[in-house]
Design a protein around this ligand. Structure first.
Ligand SMILES: [Zn+2]
Length: 142
């Protein structure tokens, strides 16, 4: 690993997640993470991180469903209490909004899941930390 890449490593898991959410490589923060919508590249085009060990599976979809449900529930309650909307009008509003939220959240959620897997060295990812943090053993208990 080059010295420039050491400094590009994320400081903590949250920075790695932020990079993944922006659909960028969690290690360098520069390279694209996805070849197609939900299809990750095999390697980061910038730092050559092997992305094939990722196993996001259905977890990004569960994240998108949970977040969408929690955001939509107050909206549905407000629409049904404050406005006397019919069933067709409710569906005409709620279904497209929920679909847009779900579809818009899938790729960032998958990027975040891949970032967490990389950060924790899961499924064949090498666990990488900045040299100073490794020397102090900051993540030894984690
Ligand atoms: Zn990279």
């Amino acid at each position: 690993m080059t010295p420039a890449l050491f400094t590009a490593l994320p400081a903590d898991v949250w920075q790695a997640i932020a990079r993944g959410t922006r659909c960028r490589c969690p290690r360098c923060g520069e390279g694209r993470l996805f070849r197609k919508w939900l299809k990750p590249l095999d390697r980061c085009p910038v730092c050559t991180l092997d992305l094939t060990p990722q196993r996001a599976d259905d977890f990004p979809a569960y994240i998108a469903m949970i977040v969408t449900g929690h955001l939509m529930a107050p909206l549905i309650i407000a629409l049904s209490k404050d406005y006397a909307l019919g069933v067709v009008a409710m569906f005409a509003i709620v279904v497209p909004v929920a679909l847009a939220m779900m579809l818009g959240m899938l790729q960032p959620a998958k990027g975040a899941v891949i970032a967490v897997q990389w950060w924790n060295g899961m499924h064949g990812f090498a666990r990488e930390r900045r040299p100073a943090e490794e020397a102090t053993g900051e993540d030894a208990q984690a």
